[in-house]
Write a protein that binds this ligand. Sequence first.
Ligand code: C2E
Ligand code: MG
Ligand code: MG
Length: 564
Amino acid sequence: MGLHMSMEDNKTYTDFLKRLVVITHVEPFDHPKYKILIEDICECYRLAKGVTEFYTTPVAERQRNGEIFCDFDNGRGDMELLRIRIVSTTQAIVIGVLYTSFDDPERTPEEMEQLENMLRIILGFVSRKRMVRMIEDFGFHDIDGYNNYRAYARYLVMANMENRLGGKVAFHIDLHNFNMVNQEVGRQNGDLVLKKYYKMLLDAIGDTGIVSRLGGDKFIGICDRSVKRSVYEMFAGVPVPYGMGEKNRIRVSAAAGVFMIPNPFMMKTPGDIMDKIMIAANAAKSQTDSAIVVYDDRMKSEKDHIKKVQTEFRLALEKEEFQVYYQPKVDIETRQIAGAEALCRWLKDGKIVPPMEFIPILEMNTDICDLDFYMLDHVCQHIRRWLDEGRQVVRISVNFSRKHLVDVDLLDHILAVIDKHHVPHEYIEIELTETTTDVLFRDLKRVVSGLQQEGIWTAVDDFGMGYSSLNLIREIPWNVLKVDKSFVPKDDEEENSVSHLMFKHVISLAQDMGLECVIEGVETVSQLDVLRRNNCNIAQGYFFDRPLPLSEFEARLDQGGYPE
Ligand code: C2E
Ligand code: MG
Ligand code: MG
């Protein structure tokens, strides 16, 4: 007997209601019982089709961009019988539509009322379940719709539980020059490019992993080795379209830190993987060409070492473990001491640590600035004492890292130290290295001119290394040019070789401009000869002396020079 035959009494309706209430409150959304119930109701009320729709916003509804779900369709008709549309307080919209066929017997008003009641219950159910999903969804996406860190962490935890992490490739990427991309194509297109690149990565990875955005142009991901090649190709650089037409494409590449997860692998927390890809990513960012750096345990110890030095530095500064060593600069004609450079040594646990082992680390933040001021302070103390003791005093140069250049009050800070010790300004020289960027160039010029006006000497250090430009000596009023030893021609080089010619002309140019030239790293007699032939008169190097501890340098000072 068909269900509708018993519709005369209200028993079937009550039964439907009961089943609806139970299913919608107790059973999960896709439970087969729900499907059976819907089929029963449709048969009983002679319906051909039932459809529910869910939209998160009215705009989405207008674009019909939502979840449209056909709950029932027996294929017998699509004459609309009843439509209910409910807008929730959060502006989400849920719609239910029931269809019938022309030849089905009509429903009584009472039956219509019952149908409406049941449809309302169903819609309440649909929207509640969808809302829960939506809320869950929000937790795993950022406002622009990208997977977020929580989605990544959830993926790692699940894969770990199922023992699927071993052998996968985890990565962190930082897009190259994305601010330039924004400048070139505009911010809005920049967003499109970002989204497109992300989608391309998702496609390349497929269901072997996940990609999440950490913010800005930084992403993290994980995938199988089987897709590693195409993923690496995306890091190396791919054209990304951002609109119609061939021209609207831009090349996007990334610096990537990668961790090849060993097999087997057991993760304690997602941090185990995050730490490794971040360490590798930092290494990748500091490289210019090779964009992909694979994590290796040595990187971790390197990072620990850096942390250790940074922590120990503070204490060492308080305990005055840093010592000033002095390396004389010698006039090669008279063999008299013409000046000296103050070089830092760390006396740590009875051993001397050379600057190359800690200065690059201190330069990672502004620690180096504190060290330089410590050095300047100690140098001034020494000079003051030498003067008071009636010694023959020479000008001492102190190295200042270019990290100081952002300090707008640098000049005042330097003056405060020198004047505190009542040291005449002409005994102090500040050595600065060349810079590569325009902004720093401007700061450099300001600082050097300021020092100059105060009668403090300035030297450009390591000239000839890296990116020295003639602009640097043309536009900034230096007193001294310190030529790096790598710029000095080798003994076996021909007189007319390019490096000989360059050396000769740069030196004569500098001298014509009134700059004092100091050649660093002079070790041999033949190098000394090269200097003589090129009319450079001041040398600093092992040939005369290594950097000396205070007492030895004082003895040298008293001695005044170097016998032939
Ligand atoms: P620099 O300022 O160019 O100092 C010259 C370096 O060359 C010194 O190395 C010196 O010992 C070395 N040297 C001198 N003569 C010779 C030679 O004949 N042959 C060779 N092969 N090397 C020679 P050091 O003392 O190891 O310092 C290295 C660098 O560390 C310095 O290069 C400077 O950039 C930095 N540094 C040292 N002390 C300080 C400091 O107090 N503050 C800052 N910011 N940097 C410092
Ligand atoms: Mg120097
Ligand atoms: Mg130097």
